[in-house]
Design a protein around this ligand. Structure first.
Ligand code: COI
Length: 355
């Protein structure tokens, strides 16, 4: 592979105030770009000033949605060092998404080096406050100009970064969820397990309806019987019922989240029972009536751990754990963010130190 070229900006931007970052509104000074052609593979890797890209109006991504993406974060540790969190898992998932979408995969070590170099180039954009981080968004788009529906022969891989605070403006405060029983996010054999824009585009109508009714996220049910819980908004979902933590099993239509995987591993490390299985909404509402439903929370890179305090299903609206942050949710949030930020020991060796 040819060496990575770095062209630095001569007009660095002013940094936003750390107290007002929100999520995904500001972008650092540089971005990574590489091109793919079916003849030459991935080539021309470069770090250049962040800015608009040029695409033909006939670029296939604009017509047939040939895109995959990832979400990761870089953190500033206690002594100024920089960490990523399990970056190999994101790269592996990106390649799995590429495979599902017929997009050429990337060489994992090359991709990791690209991420590290970009983060180092913009290291002064990594926020200092512990609750903030530099969100990393790698994505691949089909750039070939063609209106035929088929695998494209030209692509671009880009990586952009964004200093972020909490994903939800409420921070760790519990969110309220609306069980969606009309629209579905994904079906067996579809693209639900891939991280691709098309899954998110098809979720927006339901998300807007939930918001209109005062709920911040949608709980998705399976696309066949609309009985089994899949995931919540842009996160995987966990419940604690009668002392046991349960989460929907990966069935091909659920995103295999890196935070999901980390939560399962951490719970096992602590000796807390956790089971991956099919879960219905009925069983949760029944457990609620019997006083056995103790906690619910979403997991994702952007939100980390997001406690769920209320849920609406048809005509029934309930509170979970009196709308408070549950004990396990809080403990997981502290452990995972503590490891990510380098504030506590890393018993499962998840931190990846860059600089
Ligand atoms: C993430 O959690 O990183 C995601 O990609 C979800 C996103 C839609 C913000």
């Amino acid at each position: 592979m040819e060496p990575l070229q770095v062209i630095r900006t001569n007009q660095p931007k002013n940094k936003p105030n750390e107290g007002e970052l929100g999520f995904g509104k500001y972008f650092s000074d540089h971005m990574f770009v590489a091109d793919y052609t079916s003849e030459r593979g991935w080539q021309n890797a470069r770090i250049v000033p962040y800015g608009p890209i040029s695409l033909e109006p006939s670029a296939m991504v604009l017509h047939y949605g040939q895109e995959v993406f990832e979400g990761m974060k870089a953190y500033r540790g206690m002594n100024g060092e920089i960490h990523l969190f399990r970056p190999e898992k994101n790269i592996q998932r990106m390649n799995m998404s590429c495979d599902r979408l017929g997009i050429p995969q990337v060489e994992p070590q090359w991709m990791l080096e690209a991420i590290c170099k970009l983060v180092e180039t913009d290291s002064d954009w990594i926020p200092q406050q512990v609750e903030n981080s530099l969100y990393i968004r790698p994505f691949i788009i089909a750039t070939e100009p063609c209106l035929g529906v088929r695998a494209a022969k030209e692509y671009q891989l880009l990586i952009i970064t964004s200093p972020v605070g909490a994903y939800y403006s409420s921070g760790l405060a519990p969110v309220s969820i609306y069980v969606e029983d009309q629209y579905v996010r994904a079906v067996r054999g579809g693209t639900g397990a891939a991280k691709t824009s098309i899954n998110y585009a098809s979720s927006i109508k339901a998300q807007e309806e939930a918001k209109r009714q005062g709920y911040s996220q949608v709980l998705w049910l399976d696309g066949v019987e609309q009985r089994y819980i899949e995931e919540v908004g842009s996160m995987n979902v966990f419940f604690k019922v009668d002392g046991e933590v349960i989460t929907p099993e990966l069935n091909g239509s659920i995103l295999p989240g890196v935070t999901r995987d980390s939560v399962i591993a951490m719970l096992r490390h602590w000796g807390i029972p956790v089971t991956e299985r099919k879960i219905t909404v009925e069983e949760l509402f029944e457990a609620q009536q019997q006083g056995k439903w103790e906690e619910a929370f979403g997991t994702g890179t952007a939100a980390v751990i997001s406690p769920i305090g209320a849920m609406k299903w048809g005509e029934q609206s309930i509170q979970i754990n009196q709308g408070q942050i549950g004990e396990v949710s809080g403990r997981l949030y502290d452990a995972i963010t503590g490891i990510q930020q380098g504030r506590i020991d890393d018993p499962l060796h998840w931190r990846y130190r860059i600089g």
